[in-house]
Design a protein around this ligand. Structure first.
Ligand SMILES: Nc1ncnc2c1ncn2[C@@H]1O[C@H](COP(=O)(O)OP(=O)(O)OP(=O)(O)O)[C@@H](O)[C@H]1O
Ligand SMILES: [Mg+2]
Length: 457
């Protein structure tokens, strides 16, 4: 009976999700002048790697239709950074297509975030529908070959982590004003001055912690010796915000220290050195669209850096040799940089790092001789995940009630309802304000076995 009822009335649920549509352009022409079997095999390889990319990033492939693929992030399983994951996947798809087909084929991609209706899951998949999905399909159709068009809600959710083009509107059926969107340009590291939003205007409390970090930097410069400091605190407590403030202060120093950042991702394989890849992309101004062959040529004499950008070693180089080259190349690079001026390397979210990355950072700190400050941020689980990680710790507790009041007043004005202030009092220890898509962070993460689940308060 129960089973019958379930079949008759599939459980539907509303969720916030990010949807991605990708469609191949030019495949018919391409197929026309090639050996059909070879084309089939290449396309299969491409679709397989798209599916792998989506699944690795925690998304669900919803359907294939012709040359198009649709996937959802946030349904059925939600992660705090679904919108970011979707955009990283969009960029990865473009890169992969380039690797396999050069410029003979192109992808049009649309990405959109919003409420979706999730039908009853079938065989581990889900059935996602709603206006968000229709608009996403529209964005994909409006994108030029090679372009990723992103809806404004996604843009808002990833604020600061990606660079976008100017706002534009595309026409869509049933949308009299059109749909607002932007072209995705590339992934950014969080600390870089950015066009959208810029630095948060309000910063409260944390004077003591900020002072500790400034003093640490001053000491590293004075001693001309490397230092390591980790800012540890719960999700949303304000680690990144504190570091942004420090970044601002550092950028005003004279001479200005070299500031570079990278961020560990919460998912994926083969991303051990991802944050260092971000640092290199920032440092050498590498565009996402740069082809692997051109990168390989650019870093031909610095293989270790090329490997940390994700290029594969040629032939059958032993993993230990690869590792040694990466270590050597990073020590050389940072040694050269600190000869010119002090450098600060910030690696965000170290609790998600793989052990190899931690060892590399430690090797760098041991071997570089000069003013290099390695700063990291991490949630408290870093202690369980990387017990070997050493250095100084700046611990961030929840903001004090008077700072929280100041923050509430700054955001909502002094006539903010008493109930909100009272609620603040009742939830000591909880982060105060969260941006849009961050709301999913409070859901437990069931997708990563062994990971300490976030508390639901
Ligand atoms: N001291 C502060 N003053 C003003 N706003 C703050 C402060 N601390 C945090 N916030 C705001 O709270 C939100 C969460 O902060 P932040 O992103 O820095 O947390 P986090 O500790 O880095 O979290 P995660 O572990 O998820 O990376 C942000 O919108 C941030 O601007
Ligand atoms: Mg953070």
């Amino acid at each position: 009976m129960a089973a019958e009822r379930e079949l008759a009335m599939p459980a539907e649920e509303r969720k916030l999700a990010t949807v991605i549509f990708a469609d191949l352009v030019g495949s018919t022409e391409f197929a026309g002048d090639q050996d059909p079997e070879r084309v089939r095999a290449l396309l299969d390889r491409f679709y397989d790697s798209m599916v792998a990319e989506i699944e690795r990033a925690g998304g669900t492939v919803e359907k294939f239709a012709g040359d198009a693929v649709m996937a959802a992030f946030g349904a059925p399983a939600a992660h705090e950074d679904d919108a970011e994951r979707a955009l990283h996947v969009a960029l990865a798809m473009q890169r992969r297509l380039g690797e396999l087909f050069g410029d003979r084929l192109a992808l049009r991609i649309g990405v959109n975030t919003g409420d979706v209706v999730v039908g009853a899951p079938r065989e581990g998949s889900s059935f996602v529908t709603g206006d968000t999905v229709n608009v996403c399909a529209r964005l994909e159709q409006a994108a030029s070959p090679g372009e990723v068009l992103v809806g404004e809600r996604t843009v808002a959710a990833v604020r600061g982590a990606f660079e976008f083009g100017e706002p534009q509107t595309v026409e869509a059926k049933g949308k009299p004003g059109g749909v607002a969107c932007r072209t995705l340009v590339r992934a950014l590291s969080l600390m870089r001055p950015r066009g959208v939003g810029g630095l948060d205007p309000v910063f409260v409390g944390r004077e003591r912690e900020l002072e500790t970090l400034r003093a640490t930097f001053a000491r590293v410069v004075e001693d001309a010796r490397p230092g390591v400091t980790t800012v540890v605190g719960d999700a949303g407590v304000g680690k990144t915000r504190l570091l942004r403030e420090l970044w601002q202060w550092l950028s005003d120093r004279s001479p200005q220290p070299l500031l570079r950042t990278g961020r560990c991702l919460s998912y994926g394989e083969g991303i051990t050195y991802w944050p260092l890849g971000e640092v290199l992309r920032e440092h050498f101004r590498i565009l996402e669209s740069e082809a692997p062959a051109s990168l390989a040529a650019r870093f031909a004499d610095r293989e270790g850096l090329a490997f940390s950008l994700g290029l594969r070693p040629s032939g059958d180089m032993h993993p230990l040799i690869v590792r040694g080259r990466i270590h050597g190349a990073w020590v050389d690079l940072l040694q050269t940089l600190v000869r010119e001026r002090p450098a600060v390397l910030l690696i965000e979210d170290l609790h998600w790092a793989e052990p190899e990355l931690c060892s590399l950072l430690q090797v760098v700190v041991e071997r570089v001789d000069g003013p290099l400050l390695v700063l990291t941020t991490a949630r408290p689980e870093i202690g369980d995940r990387h017990p070997e990680w050493t250095g100084e710790v700046v611990r961030l507790e929840a903001l004090r009630p008077e700072s929280t009041d100041e923050l509430i007043t700054a955001h909502l004005g002094s006539d903010c309802p008493g109930a909100i202030r009272a609620d603040r009092g009742a939830r000591r220890g909880e982060p105060v304000l969260r941006r849009g898509a961050d709301r999913d962070a409070r859901r437990p993460r069931r997708d990563r076995p062994g990971e300490r689940q976030l508390e639901i308060r």
